[in-house]
Design a protein around this ligand. Structure first.
Ligand code: PBG
Length: 330
């Protein structure tokens, strides 16, 4: 007894006494194979182009993309998610460059596949916003609204050209109703049963995509609120989840990651397929900017966010820091 009452019988601090003890009892361990590197490749450039709102991230040339893929593989990263940035003049209302077998994304898939083969999972963004002149993820109807079913036909074709180029896994990110099912059918029809679908299941209409728009040179007219989810909602994520699973999603994803850990935890609790989370451009930019000002410890902040995302239930994390973090984990 102290003069002030009883001493504590339970002392949780005991398991925090030394780095070795803390290491032993850590519940969540990041591993290089948890990480997937999103990468941009720009058509018609001979030098990589820096993205000002994402310090350290570039729009790759075909050559530097191959190198980035090799570096990712050497660091033990699990996969690379490719985004194509076409020449401005090739953008049109239908996003034609997205289904051109010689479009920049298809070329990049072939390049990376030739370079790393099956040693790195090659993934591709399956969406029209990189290729449309209006910047929307789908084609528009006569009234200027995103036309769901007409867009599905474009996605089916995109899936086929990406699969023909050698992608292992497609990532439909446009949030059109029925996209997973239509893409599954389109792939199966051409004998690509082995190409998997990473479904953007719960994708929120987020301010944190801002830097990405610069990354892919997209000037969006309007917003995406008629197809991406309202940040206020969680129940509709469970509905989207049920639909995606029913349509044949192999992996389901929550995006953004940090502000939606509750959604991630709920989804992870209720599925029997792997769950991914995407730490997006704005989440990256915030930490880089604060660190540049000397306001936070960058490396610790990066690891803490990734640990939190994994702890919440992600089996894999798309992050622009993938290669760097994988190296430090080795
Ligand atoms: C759509 C797509 C976006 C991102 C990935 N796929 C942009 C959007 O939905 O507006 C964002 C990724 C990021 O911000 O890092 N093709």
């Amino acid at each position: 007894m102290s003069a002030y009452g009883s001493f504590p019988g339970a002392r949780p601090r005991r398991l925090r006494t030394t780095p070795a003890v803390r290491r032993m009892v850590a519940e969540t361990r990041l591993h290089p194979a948890d990480l997937i590197l999103p990468a941009f490749v720009r058509e018609g450039v001979s030098e990589p182009v820096p993205i000002s709102a994402m310090p350290g991230v570039v729009q790759h040339t075909r050559d530097t993309l191959r190198k980035a893929a090799v570096e990712a593989r050497e660091a033990g990263v699990a996969g690379i998610m490719l985004f194509g940035v076409p020449e401005e003049a090739k953008k049109d209302a239908q996003g034609t460059a997205g289904t051109d077998p010689d479009g920049i994304l298809q070329v990049a898939i072939r390049d990376v596949r030739a370079e790393v083969g099956d040693d790195l999972v090659i993934m591709s963004d399956l969406c029209l916003d990189e290729y449309t002149d209006h910047g929307h993820c789908g084609v528009l109807d006569a009234d200027g609204r995103v036309d769901n079913d007409a867009t599905l036909e474009r996605y089916a074709e995109m899936a086929q050209v990406q699969a023909d180029a050698g992608v292992h896994m497609v990532g439909p990110s446009g949030m059109m109703d029925g996209q997973v099912g239509v893409i599954r059918d389109a792939l199966d029809t051409i004998g690509k049963e082995d190409v998997s679908i990473l479904a953007y299941t719960a994708k929120y209409s987020s301010a944190f995509y801002g830097p990405f728009r610069e990354a892919v040179g997209s000037s969006l007219q309007g917003d995406r609120k008629t197809y991406q989810q309202d940040p206020a909602n969680v129940r509709e994520s469970l509905r989207e989840l049920a639909l995606d699973l029913d349509e044949g999603a192999d992996i389901v994803m929550v995006k953004p990651a940090g502000p939606y850990l509750d959604v991630l935890a709920k989804i992870a609790e209720s599925v029997d397929v792997p769950v991914a989370a995407y730490q997006i451009s704005g989440e990256y930019a915030m930490i880089e900017a604060a660190a540049e000002k000397g306001w936070i410890d960058r490396d610790k902040a990066v690891l803490e966010t990734l640990t939190g995302i994994k702890r919440a239930g992600a089996d894999m994390i798309l992050t622009y820091w993938a290669t760097e973090v994988a190296r430090t984990l080795r």
